[in-house]
Design a protein around this ligand. Sequence first.
Ligand code: FMN
Length: 380
Amino acid sequence: MTESMQNKYLALQEFIVDARSNLGDNEWGYIVGGAETETSQRRNRMAIEKLALRPRVLNDVSKVDCSTNLFGKRTPLPVLLCPIGGLESFDPEGAVSVARGAGAFGVPMMLSSVSKRPLAEVADTLETSAKATGSEAERSSVILQLYARENAAGIDATVDRCIDNGATTFCVTVDSAVYSRRERDIVARYKKPWRAVGEGDAAYFQAALNWQDIKRIRQRFPGKLILKGIATAEDAAIAADHGIDYIYVSNHGGRQLDHALGTMDMLKEIAPEVRKNNPDTKLLVDGGFCRGTDVVKALALGAEAVGLGRMMCLALAASGSDGIVRMLELLEIELAATLALLGITSVAEIGPQHIQDSEALPFGHSLSAAFPLLKDFSYD
Ligand SMILES: Cc1cc2nc3c(=O)[nH]c(=O)nc-3n(C[C@H](O)[C@H](O)[C@H](O)COP(=O)(O)O)c2cc1C
């Protein structure tokens, strides 16, 4: 990373400030908003906040390693970049910029099926960027995330395209049977260009998606399959029975069903069931993750990695692909410090012994809990 980037961003909160000044009101509202009362979104952060860490002392922590294995590759952090639609609202090159950042740092990224940039182009970009910096990411580090908005033949064609592109992992989002009501966008009359595809037949197929489709996709795709948006132990059990490799615990960043649980509370329900009945099934989680301590808490509850949604969008809007790399560097610095202060030297050592229930401090918007020093900052 260039020296100027290192000097420009010394703390994660600085991305929020720059993103706000670079974005128009509509694009800002599109990132920071959630569904209806935004309760699910606030609960995401609250569920993270109300866990406290339990430090151990007087262990040699002079060398700390934040890297881990994820989707069969070594990555410097237990983190993936979430699938995001409408990335061009934050950076003219959209997913291509994200791929440049993900490849340079070496983390996997998910590509939304509503992305304007094709999978092959994004995968090529990530591979080139990874080679230039010597990271271990490869073209298969781009994971296509599907919104099933076509009939079975259309979905199967997408699966085949991924296989042809060398994909070893594929993701289906299952928490979006219908569009939620995001009132920031609605009252601003903000019409998102990519939304048009969700009307007519597409809306029908999206709502009709069911376990039979998942069974068919499972039979067709030979690699690892992720279901994104599992929220209960009941559905996690059905997913595991369908041979799903990764249960991705998510409420879409509080952007779909309002008044759901925070995802860390969902993980508390889901992880013990999965560990008991399907120990080979892995867990991912997202929703409100912004800081190194957040990552530790998720791993302590049994997740393999956490997804960064808004934090990634804000870093991208602040400073493009370099912003993403610098954001990940700062997250790594925070995570390394947290591990050392917990008395451990690797993410593999994180366990339930490192967390306990506590209370969340009162806060307004979910981002103000993660970045309280921005107290004069408006998320409206
Ligand atoms: C602007 C924006 C666009 C999103 N687009 C998609 C998408 O296309 N597909 C999807 O599965 N999830 C989408 N999500 C949800 C994210 O993948 C992720 O689940 C969520 O952002 C995680 O919560 P966080 O933003 O608090 O980190 C989007 C989220 C945001 C903020």
